[in-house]
Design a protein around this ligand. Structure first.
Ligand code: G4P
Length: 530
């Protein structure tokens, strides 16, 4: 392989930050960008945050800031690495593409509020990362405030997420008494100064028993507790195991305070060293390894509509999986078997879009999309193949939907199709009912408003929606006989766009009852049947 290309690829780190709203993701992202020199002032990213749930605000933000609210990919150079951060919107009210964005990441940084522990949204995003077993690095945030015991937080990672942890650092004190974080690998002490948190003092120690530690902390009880805890970790904790980290079975844990930039650089340094370079992907011709295939290939993982009704153009996000992208290059759009010239690609940084001339495996580029792309589409140069299908994930809110004026049925269908292709909604059809009904499923309720608004604004179609009481969709598989019985007897069955059978449930109890009744069937949370 061309050594210059190999070097470019090996320098790339493409990851997403997963967290529950308010854990501090915007703050952490901003600090990372500051270290990377990508922004000069704090507040640049913060301004992007969509802090209210109201539709009008969201629309306004979309209009003012172009595509930044839901779709940012942030990119910067740091210490010889080329970093791409995929920004997954934190609010519950965003769509399934929050999940899908994770399919373009090679690793994830999981941010946890030390006082709150593992929260709902983190759990959901984590599960999606687990589907591909990508490495996950944990940053426990807000140590400047009183939080929960670090051992308890590690236990929670194991109990709620099923992942073991290896603390790379260990805090000394917390909240009012927060003094420092000890780096177990480099045996360094990073001292926290509440009066000037940004002035981080680092002391190299010979180990945790070094008397310099007692001197620096100046609190006998805290130091004793720290040494006891560290000993406990050494004796009873998991061993550092890079192989298990690579497989996503063990998460390295870091402690810090994003708002004070404390622990952030240590996190970034370790993260970039330990996290993987662009990974291989499975395709119709087998594994596509960026380090052995020189030809360009990539897949679309997200399509973002312009919220301005006058500009229907969309931006399709492409993850480059192999080779070099050059502006103006000709590629093949595999699904339609048509040649395509990639002439207006963009890369993203905070609120600005800039034209990109060259990009490499691991990078994300935005392609101007007049309506050509669908989620999951493969673009290739050279031998043709398709990447494996993208999964759908269980929506959490459902509504039956009809068009108000029957004459507008055509536009209505077209609009629904577009929104489905963008991944804003999932469309199901009732199964085995006299009158077939369309059912829309969304991950966040805001998408219902988006749907209504966009059909009206872009397709001049008004719809009637009736919310349904379901909270779960499960893709079903199993033996023929039992499947047949299930299809005959089970209520609230629908089919997805590919015609797969999906069961809708109102609550966990209902779901468990069905599982008990049909022990030979499998109920999956995603269309990958995983
Ligand atoms: P998000 O993107 O994950 O939703 O979180 P964001 O960064 O906006 O942070 C949520 C709140 O937590 C913000 O406070 C932020 O200042 C605070 N925060 C983030 N990191 C830390 C930390 O390390 N320590 C402490 N104590 N707080 C932190 P806010 O009051 O909601 O907003 P603001 O008025 O500070 O902007």
């Amino acid at each position: 392989m061309n050594p210059a290309l190999k070097e470019e690829i090996l320098a790339r780190r493409t990851f997403a930050i997963i967290s529950h709203p308010d854990a501090g993701k915007t703050t952490l992202t901003e600090k990372l960008l500051l270290f990377g020199g990508a922004i000069r002032e704090a507040g640049t990213v913060k301004g992007r945050k969509n802090s209210k749930h109201a539709m009008s605000d969201w629309m306004e933000i979309e209009k003012q800031r172009g595509i930044s609210v839901t779709s940012s990919v942030l990119e910067f150079q740091y210490n010889g690495f080329h970093v791409n951060i995929l920004d997954t919107p934190g609010h519950e009210d965003f769509s399934e593409d929050t999940y899908r964005t994770l399919t373009a990441a090679d690793s994830a940084a999981m941010l946890i509020d030390a006082a709150k522990g593992v929260e709902a949204q983190t759990k959901k995003l984590f599960k999606v990362c687990r589907l591909r077993n990508i490495p996950i690095f944990t940053f426990i945030n807000k140590l400047d405030r009183q939080g929960r015991d670090p051992f308890e937080l590690m236990e929670e990672l194991e109990n709620l997420l099923g992942i073991r942890s290896y603390p790379m650092g260990w805090p000394i004190g917390m909240g009012q008494s927060f003094k420092a974080v000890y780096d177990r690998h480099q045996q360094k002490l990073e001292l926290y100064n509440p009066d000037n948190p940004k002035a981080i003092d680092t002391i190299q120690l010979s180990g945790p028993d070094d008397p310099k530690l007692d001197e620096a902390i100046g609190d006998e009880q805290l130091v004793r507790q720290f040494r006891e805890e560290l000993e406990l970790l050494d004796v009873a904790g998991d061993e550092y195991d890079k192989e298990r980290i690579d497989k996503g079975e063990l998460t390295p844990v870091f402690f810090g305070s994003a708002i004070s930039s404390f622990g952030v650089q240590t996190f970034l340094d370790h993260f970039l060293k330990l996290s993987p370079a662009p990974a291989s992907r499975e395709s119709s011709i087998g594994t596509i390894d960026p380090l052995s295939r020189e030809h360009f290939s990539g897949f679309i993982f997200k399509v973002q509509a312009n919220m301005n009704a006058k500009h229907r153009d969309r931006v399709a996000f492409l993850r480059i999986t192999s080779g070099t992208f050059k502006r103006g290059m000709n590629v093949k759009h595999v699904r339609t078997n048509k040649p395509l010239k990639l002439s207006q690609p963009t890369q993203f940084l905070a609120q600005n879009r800039s034209i990109v001339d060259e990009a490499y495996a691991g990078d994300i580029i935005g392609l101007f999309d007049p309506g050509t792309f669908r989620i999951g589409d493969t673009l290739v140069d050279g031998e043709s193949f398709e990447f494996n299908e993208m999964p759908h994930f269980s929506p959490e809110h459902f509504a039956s939907i009809t068009v108000k004026e029957a004459l507008k049925h055509k536009s209505y269908e077209k609009g629904l199709q577009q929104l489905t292709e963008e991944g804003a909604i999932q469309l199901f059809k009732t199964y085995n009912k006299y009158v077939e009904q369309q059912i829309v499923g969304v991950v966040g309720v805001l998408q219902f408003e988006v749907l209504e608004h966009r059909l009206h604004a872009e397709y001049n179609v008004d719809i009637q929606m009736e919310r349904l009481p379901f909270s779960f969709a499960r893709w079903i598989s199993g033996g023929e006989e039992e499947m047949k019985r299930f299809k005959e007897k089970q209520r609230n069955l629908v089919t997805d766009r590919e015609g797969r059978i999906v069961a809708l449930f109102e609550n966990e109890f209902q779901m468990r009852t069905a599982q008990d009744k049909y022990p030979g069937l499998h109920f999956y949370e995603n269309s990958f049947y995983q």
